[in-house]
Ligand binder design. Structure first.
Ligand code: SF4
Length: 346
């Protein structure tokens, strides 16, 4: 069965034409799907009865099956199953005055960051655009308040699945789609230089919020923590980001997961400041105390140490935040969603 969420509006109009339906029916159907979050053709009451029947026989809406909802104090994790049996995790985070949805873009991840549980199995496969969009649709149907913020910070490296993520973004931000503001959609990447260059050329993608994991103030430590750095060096990465055509009133977020005794010393904060301070108008730094995983040998530093690190950056004029917000367990690093997989009841 074809999935409606695999299509952009122009594609669906073309598909309907091929099937002998009026093209404007595509606009009607997507309005139901993305404005009212309706998933049952029978309730799309401005369609003729025979169309509802015909669409229902040919098209499906749900790419994923919801297996479990795991509520926590200020977030809810949704565990989905793909049609080929993989688990996908999505987290809804309740922040002070808004909701943020953290979506996954891959099953597993090939990037191999040493501190990340998702990296352990490597990459199993990319998610399709329909599987990415359906994470949002299913959670929104479950949630009375509108979800207006979206982060690609779940399982996987979104830029390694560029085409599918791009198409999902088109559905998320288009006026005929879910119509989120581009400023409220964030891509969180480990820093794939070739894909960042591609993004810089892409008017749809380059206006999204960009968050890049740095995690170390020097090449050798970054290489040890993030092997991807061997081919995507820290120096080249920073240069690509400095050159990135980002709106001048916004700053690229540099993510730094603080790991006890590994990258959290004041000397390392000094070193990081030296790298970033010359570009302080282009960047801000987000310090994320590590979210420990029982299978990995890393620990979270004390808050004192976290704030001392922040103080050094601030003293160099670098705008720096500590992410201790409610979703902190979720926001550990892009792949840390997987570390809670033990919660899944099969
Ligand atoms: S931290 Fe992100 S990029 Fe790194 S291995 Fe985990 S999921 Fe992949």
């Amino acid at each position: 069965m074809e999935l409606l969420t695999s299509y952009t509006l122009p594609e669906l109009r073309k598909r309907f034409e091929e099937l002998g339906f009026e093209t404007y029916r595509a606009n009607q159907v997507l309005r139901w799907l993305y404005k009212r979050f309706e998933d049952d053709f029978q309730r799309m009451t401005d369609l003729p009865k025979e169309h509802r029947q015909a669409f229902g026989e040919r098209f499906g809406v749900r790419a994923l099956e919801l297996l479990q909802k795991v509520p926590a104090e200020d977030s809810t994790k949704y565990v989905f199953k793909t049609r080929d049996g993989h688990l996908v995790e999505t987290v809804l985070i309740r922040e002070r005055d808004h909701l943020t949805l953290c979506v996954s873009s891959q099953i597993g991840c090939a990037v191999g960051c040493k501190f990340c549980a998702t990296a352990k199995d490597g990459l199993l496969r990319n998610l399709t655009p329909a599987e990415i969009v359906d994470q949002y649709l299913q959670v929104q149907r479950n949630t009375p308040q509108r979800i207006r913020n979206l982060v690609f910070m779940g399982m996987g490296e979104p830029l390694a699945n560029y085409e599918a993520v791009r198409k999902a973004v088109e559905i998320f931000v288009s006026p005929w789609g879910i119509e989120l503001s581009k400023r409220r959609v964030s891509i969180s990447t480990s820093g794939l230089i070739a894909q960042l260059r591609r993004m810089a050329q892409d008017p749809l993608m380059r206006e999204l919020n960009l968050a890049v994991s740095i995690n170390a103030p020097d090449q050798s430590l970054r290489e040890a923590l993030m092997p991807i750095s061997k081919t995507n060096s820290l120096q080249d990465l920073l240069q690509v980001l400095v050159d990135f055509p980002y709106p001048s009133d916004r700053r690229i977020m540099l993510e730094y997961v603080l790991i006890k005794g590994v990258n959290d010393s004041k000397a390392q904060a000094q070193e990081l400041s030296r790298l970033i301070a010359p570009h302080r108008r282009k960047f801000k730094v987000n310090l994320i105390p590590y979210n420990p995983d029982p299978a990995l040998p890393y620990e979270r530093p004390s808050l004192e140490r976290v704030y001392a690190f922040q103080e050094v950056l601030r003293s160099h004029g670098v705008s720096t935040f500590v992410r201790l917000s409610k979703g902190v367990e979720v926001f550990g690093a892009c792949g840390q969603l997987r570390s809670k997989r033990a919660l899944v009841v099969k």
